[in-house]
Design a protein around this ligand. Structure first.
Ligand SMILES: [Zn+2]
Length: 199
């Protein structure tokens, strides 16, 4: 929503899911009237209403290894708003392969994390997590997704406008239960299977 109102000209949103009541504690792009609607199409409706001047491209498909090129294509920046590490690693591989910057973020309960990946200079997501985690259901307090989502939007706007310093090689962790931020420096793994051979 902040990218749309800031005037980011083209926003492509990939979401194969349909809106469920339980999403509405955090997914404020949508509302009660859109239950059972595809979320990419619902997002398009909201964003176009917020800013009719921009182009919103909904993609109602699941991101897989086989379709990244078709779904993501050539873009200036990829923003990870995912709920699982399996698909995040697919995005990471595509970002490294095409040297497209990727903002990674995730939330759990009242905690969140965010970093800016810029291949080939920074560590990739595989370097930071060394693999994938199993898909599980996890709790989220809606406002936590709001805080981390706003930080992602700010990172995106800074990068796209060339202002400020991005979180490159730095993982910012926010703990909402104590209102503390901390930062963990990240290093490239020389033999990383995703970005290891890049010079
Ligand atoms: Zn790597």
């Amino acid at each position: 929503m902040y990218l749309a109102v800031a005037g980011v000209g083209t926003i492509r949103i990939a979401d194969c899911g349909t809106l469920e009541l339980s999403n509405l504690n955090r997914q404020i792009l949508h509302d009660d009237s859109r239950i059972n609607k595809n979320k990419a199409l619902s997002a398009q409706e909201t964003l176009t209403r917020l800013n009719p001047e921009i182009k919103v491209e909904p993609v109602a498909e699941e991101i897989t290894d086989a379709n990244t090129e078709a779904v993501i294509g050539t873009v200036d920046l990829i923003v990870d708003c995912l709920d699982n590490f399996e698909t995040r690693q697919i995005l990471n591989k595509y970002a490294v392969k095409t040297r497209t910057p990727l903002i990674h973020a995730g939330v759990y309960g009242m905690r969140g994390q965010i970093t800016f990946i810029k291949p080939p200079e920074t560590p990739c997501l595989w370097c930071m997590h060394t693999g994938t985690l199993p898909k599980t259901l996890f709790p989220i307090v809606g406002a936590t997704a709001g805080v981390i989502g706003c930080l992602e939007a700010l990172e995106a706007l800074k990068y796209l406008s060339g202002v400020g310093t991005n979180l490159m090689g730095r993982m910012l962790i926010w703990d909402g239960s104590t209102m503390e931020f901390m930062e963990l420096p990240q290093k490239k793994i020389p033999d990383c299977p995703v970005c290891g051979e890049m010079k």
